[in-house]
Design a binder for this molecule. Structure first.
Ligand code: CP
Length: 306
């Protein structure tokens, strides 16, 4: 079985293979197709536009059948556990589940217990593996490789699953990662970067990776900080002018326009924000294909016993 719950378990070769598969799907507009009809379900316990819709698009492009599942009208409302929900779907024929959940590492025990692969679409403040992979693809398309690149991850580092996944993988692939942003949102538990000032980061790096302020995960009222955020830590029109030639802007979105980034920069020449979203479809095709190929191999193994 081929779960994808964290990027930490991916070897460099496997990451590069996923990026290559995704790029082939993008360029050739063709995917892998299952030998027989296959079924998946998307379980979103938290709000999403990009991740959910691009998984659904990826499933359509691979010819998969998506079984509709809505948390608000499911038996989750009657207290059914995540394990029972997944095994119920497995029992009726679903072969892989995509899950977004507010709890950090919701998958830890589940991955040993369930009978079908889990693709993590984001867990609390933990990991967002497919966002990380689509960010890597966007950087690779721009620069060809990761070695020697300087990348600044900026903003709400403490609450960001994107920051954790990306800093680890970019370091593994040979880039140098810097962090910048408010002291209050530093993440001392993330060892894969060095803290520098916002202006120094913006002026020196190849990739300015902005993070959304995760208002929904803040326990304290940071309203004063939020008001000042754009001028002190955001990518203002003035700061963008000081960026290096050829450097690019990423943001996982949704964007708080006028907070992390000036409204007029969201679609500027350096911005790859909508490109990231497009790449999300191809990355999700690649990870769905890998997970379902492992299911197919399992089916074949079972057939071999008959
Ligand atoms: N970037 C991202 O995960 O966006 P959604 O929350 O809209 O899926």
């Amino acid at each position: 079985m081929k779960h994808l719950v964290t990027v930490s378990t991916l070897e460099v070769n496997e990451i590069l293979q996923i990026l290559s598969d995704a790029e082939n799907y993008r360029v050739n507009q063709r995917g892998w197709y299952p030998k027989e009809k296959m079924f998946v379900a998307n379980l979103f316990f938290e709000a999403s536009t990009r991740t959910r819709c691009s998984f659904e698009m990826a499933e359509q492009k691979l010819g998969l059948t998506t079984i509709p599942f809505e948390v608000t009208t499911s038996s989750v409302q009657k207290g059914e556990t995540l394990y029972d929900t997944i095994e119920t779907l497995a029992a009726i024929g679903v072969q892989s589940v995509v899950i977004r959940h507010p709890e950090d590492r919701y998958y830890e025990k589940l991955q040993e217990q369930v009978s079908i692969p889990i693709l993590n679409a984001g867990d609390g403040c933990g990991q967002h593996p497919t966002q990380c992979l689509l960010d890597l693809l966007t950087i690779q398309q721009e620069f060809g490789s990761f070695k020697g690149l300087k990348i600044a991850i900026m903003g709400d580092l403490r609450h960001s699953r994107v920051a954790r996944s990306n800093a680890e993988m970019l370091t593994k692939l040979g880039a140098t990662v810097y962090f910048a942003g408010p002291e209050e949102w530093r993440d001392e538990s993330n060892p894969y970067g060095t803290y520098i000032g916002v202006d120094e980061a913006i002026q020196t790096v190849d990739v300015v990776m902005l993070l959304r302020i995760q208002f929904e995960r803040h326990s304290k009222n940071h309203s004063t900080l939020e008001e000042e955020y754009h001028s002190r830590y955001g990518l203002t029109v003035e700061r963008e002018k000081s960026m290096k030639n050829g450097s690019i802007i990423l943001h996982p979105a949704p964007v708080n326009r006028g907070v992390e980034i000036a409204d007029e920069l969201v679609e500027c020449q350096r911005s790859r924000i909508f490109k990231q979203m497009e790449n999300g479809v191809y990355i999700r095709m690649a990870v769905l294909a890998r997970s379902l190929q492992s299911v197919e191999r399992g089916m074949n193994d079972e057939n071999n016993y008959q």
